[in-house]
Design a protein around this ligand. Structure first.
Ligand code: NAD
Length: 356
């Protein structure tokens, strides 16, 4: 099993170091190779996604990614900015399924802006289609309106479209993920208004025939947004398109109140994946040794489960994270009175220790 390690910028190297430490303690033989990406890629090879890094990512069974971005690269032309690396990897590796769990450990219930009884123990998974929908549909652009009540006026336009195979493959990922969890799947659409999402609903319903053990329901996106803040624990797995998923997954992430805790995975059709924390490179705290490494460690756990077929090891890592939280250890971002404040390294060491 080969893992490409791409630390990136800002806090990326610090948090990746902790996850690598955890992986090295599991007693498995993983081959790990590190390469520069983002601003670090630009500094080393003049491009945010250097050829050697992309080659390594292609060869590897899974990719563990830190984060990219640094203010000092903000003046570069768009194609050379660090953030282009992640878009390039998604596109080149055809990573169409974005998995974002939103988990709120009972010990951190106070971090949420919602009442603890609404969110404590929250454990949902949002699956967002990542390479289609209105974000990529053609044609798009700005022009003189060719028809309609504002004919002749300047207008902007985009195209929402989903092809049947695109919907089928994300539906399969979602049903299979639901099988590994609570066996309930909610497909979020806007079938009452949009043809694209009536089609989405029909195809997801058809794929359901292959997964009779999973309970499927459909929900309009406006209702889903409402339910996410009203009674989020009712959900198990949610699957939706690129745009709705973009918005809902950020809302769900914020239910937990702690960006330093949230892992993510982006998978291709063969479950090869890129795993990264949901947060960015946090340049404001980089190099201070205070970043929370748990989102990255939990991303490594997702990698063990989804790409490396090591579900037991994934459980081991997740249990170790729960243990350190129960011990009262907190990095600055999740600290509250009565707990013990620790740095990035100490948190990583504590997880390693808790593995036993
Ligand atoms: P950010 O997520 O980096 O930071 C937002 C806030 O959360 C900051 O105050 C930061 O200190 C804090 N924070 C983030 N992660 C933390 C952690 N693990 N522990 C403790 N605190 C943490 O978002 P931003 O400030 O908007 O963006 C900074 C840079 O990151 C930008 O260049 C942006 O483009 C990039 N970015 C990259 C990715 C990615 O690599 N996939 C994702 C989002 C943003």
């Amino acid at each position: 099993m080969k893992i490409a390690i791409l630390p990136g910028d800002g806090i990326g190297p610090e948090i990746i170091e902790q996850a690598v430490k955890v992986l090295n303690t599991l007693g498995e033989k993983f081959e790990m190779e590190t390469a520069p990406v983002g601003g670090a890629g630009y500094a080393a090879h003049g491009h945010p996604l250097p050829e050697g890094t992309l080659k390594l990512a292609r060869q590897a069974d899974a990719i563990l990614f830190g984060s990219v971005g640094d203010w000092k690269y903000d003046t570069l032309e768009r194609a050379l900015r660090p953030e282009q690396a992640i878009l390039g990897l998604r596109k080149n590796l055809n990573l169409f399924a974005n998995l974002r769990p939103a988990i709120l450990y009972p010990e951190l219930a106070g971090a949420s802006t919602l009442k603890p009884e609404i969110v404590s123990g929250l454990d949902i998974l949002i699956i967002r289609e990542l390479t289609g929908d209105i974000y990529f549909g053609q044609p798009r652009g700005m022009r003189e309106a060719p028809d309609g009540p504002f004919k002749g006026a300047r207008e902007g336009f985009d195209t929402m479209r989903y092809a049947e195979p695109e919907i089928r493959r994300i539906a399969h990922v979602a049903f299979q993920a639901a099988q590994k969890r609570g066996k309930r799947l909610t497909s979020v659409d806007k079938a009452n208004v949009l043809e694209t999402f009536q089609f989405w609903k029909d195809i997801v319903t058809d794929v359901h025939n292959e997964y009779p053990d999973v309970a499927l329901d459909h929900m309009y996106v406006d209702n889903a947004a409402m339910q996410l803040v009203r009674a989020p624990k009712k959900f198990d797995v949610i699957v939706t398109g690129n745009m709705f998923g973009d918005i809902l997954s950020d809302a769900a992430a914020m239910l937990t109140g702690s960006i330093g805790m949230l892992p993510s995975a982006s998978l291709d059709a063969n479950n090869k994946g890129l795993y990264e924390p949901s947060h960015g490179s946090a340049p404001d705290i980089a190099g201070k040794g205070i970043a929370n490494p748990l989102a990255t460690i939990l991303s490594a756990a997702m990698m063990l489960r989804y790409s490396l077929n090591r579900a037991e090891q994934a459980n081991r890592v997740e249990t170790a994270v729960k243990k350190v939280l129960a011990q009262g250890l907190r990095t600055a971002d999740i600290y509250e009175a009565g707990t013990t404040r620790v740095g990035t390294n100490e948190m990583g060491d504590a997880v390693v220790k808790a593995l036993d």
